[in-house]
Design a protein around this ligand. Structure first.
Ligand code: UGA
Length: 455
């Protein structure tokens, strides 16, 4: 049924589900977004995206107005509406700090399955431990009459915050894990809008059709690779720091080799966010369960390198301020430090596992009077780290500071005028935690400049 233009539901309207629901409506599909959170659904229905993502608000309003997109908190409505149901709920880190918590996957699949009254396809999209698709299939088997013939498939997503609309409308590949021709055909129809758009733009979107396990693994393998690439360059930064090299030039030089490539080689305070840190931990935990723990032992090292970059900023700060380290680490008491950036990356209001906030916490714990400012992440940061002190603007944050730390590479910070800022601070010292400032310009303006992995 519905194979020509299947109707799509997206269960879980968090970052992933909301973006997909809105973008697939934009591609011309009839879409229903489901969530158990009444407030979220009320907001989306009223045209309000509950997070910051460039371009999404406009698409939301346009597609609601066009009648292709609506939202609901009713499982039955979702079950009746959709031919293809995408599971987009969160899979947070478990309390033990390693594996993924599949509670939301289970509730949403069961909630949906109990109301299905015709053949449909349930497609997993959330990032999960390999084996989850098989488990969902069993779960569905327990809650749906076998004669309905409900099937399961897997299709991971690769969207990056800040570029999510582009990444969904113009993905660099689509991966599907399927078990039957029927589900393969239906899932093709559910993605046809993406292939059609590509055709009108003279592009091709590669389609990888594979089994459940591979489809699930593609996602975590991709994120593990990206995390490794970042930690690799940060490891080189550590070596540069003791050898007197410059990691930014090193990255540029190795990046010219197309086998290496120049992207994701930005050394700094490391990776954060809701995906890379949690995914590499969950991947290790799952490999361990499966008896392949050794294969992913290097990811533990990737994690450690990443976390060491945060303490590196603390050491640099102590150094620049002429403070000595005691047994409990450096003592920064009395120092006023401006922390610029709270989000885990620019063009996002996401503060999950943000290196910037972690560093701000370390500096404060060492006794410093820390003032945080971020262009978009203030509300979320205040909720997540209420013990830090926040300032309403860049200028307010740096006024009277003995040291300025740029920890998220927002354009506002990159383009800030070091001469003007120099008049506000008490001491012209800057740590460029993202190697995003023009070192020459800042030095010329009289600042003591320290980058990451640079002399
Ligand atoms: C990441 C992946 O890039 C997406 O492909 C994936 O779909 C997504 O996770 C997910 O699993 O949902 P995202 O978390 O939005 O996307 O952020 P990235 O742009 O990958 O950045 C992650 C972190 O790495 C940021 O803190 C960023 O500052 C840091 N980073 C990135 C570096 O420190 N150096 C770099 O060279 C690149």
């Amino acid at each position: 049924s519905g194979a020509a233009r299947p109707r799509l539901t997206f269960l879980g309207t968090g970052y992933l589900g909301a973006t997909y629901a809105i973008c697939y409506a934009e591609l011309g599909y009839e879409v229903l977004g489901f969530d158990v959170d009444e407030a979220k659904i009320a907001g989306l229905s009223a045209g309000v995206v509950p997070f910051h993502e460039p371009g999404l608000d406009e698409l939301l309003r346009r597609n609601i107005a066009a009648g292709r997109l609506r939202f609901s908190t009713d499982y039955k409505e979702a079950a009746d509406f959709g031919d293809v149901h995408f599971i987009c709920v969160g899979t947070p880190q478990r309390a033990d700090g390693m594996g993924a918590d599949l509670t939301y996957v289970e509730t949403s699949v069961v909630g949906l399955a109990q109301h299905l009254s015709r053949k449909a396809l349930i497609v997993g999209k959330s990032t999960v431990p390999v084996g989850t698709a098989e488990w969902i299939e069993q779960l569905v088997g327990k809650h749906v009459a076998p004669e309905l013939g409900v099937e399961v498939a897997w299709s991971p997503e690769f969207l990056q915050e800040g570029f999510a609309v582009e990444d969904v409308l113009r993905p660099n590949r689509i991966v599907v894990g399927v078990k039957s021709d029927w589900s393969n055909g239906l899932l093709y129809a559910a993605h046809k809008g993406v292939f059609d758009l590509a055709a009108t733009e003279d592009r091709e979107v590669p389609l990888v059709i594979t089994d459940f396990a591979t489809a699930e693994l593609v996602k975590v393998a991709a994120n593990a690779f990206l995390a490794t690439k970042i930690s690799f360059i940060n490891a080189m930064a550590e070596v540069c720091e003791v050898a007197g090299g410059d990691v930014t030039q090193l990255a540029r030089a190795i990046g010219y080799d197309p086998r290496i490539g120049n992207r994701f080689l930005q050394a700094g305070v490391g990776f954060g966010g809701g995906c890379l840190p949690k995914d590499i931990r969950a991947f290790q935990a799952r490999a361990q369960e499966l008896g392949a723990g050794e294969a992913l032992r290097f990811l533990h090292e990737v994690d450690l390198i990443n976390l060491r970059r945060r303490t590196r900023v603390l050491t640099l700060a102590a150094d620049l301020l002429g403070r000595r380290s005691g047994p409990a680490g450096p003592d920064l008491s009395g120092a006023k430090i401006a922390v610029l950036g709270a989000t885990f990356k620019p063009n996002s209001d996401d503060i999950r596992d943000a290196p910037s906030l972690a560093v701000a916490g370390l500096l404060q714990k060492a006794g410093a009077d820390v003032r945080v400012y971020d262009p978009e992440g203030m509300d979320n940061a205040k909720k997540a780290s209420p013990d830090l002190t926040y300032e309403p603007s860049l200028n307010d944050a740096v006024t009277g500071a003995d040291l300025v730390c740029v920890l998220t590479e927002w354009a506002d910070f990159r383009n800030a005028d070091p001469v003007a800022l120099g008049e506000l601070v008490a001491g012209k010292k800057v740590i460029d935690g993202r190697n995003c400032l023009d070192a020459t310009l800042w030095s010329q303006a009289g600042w003591v400049y320290r980058g990451m992995g640079r002399p």
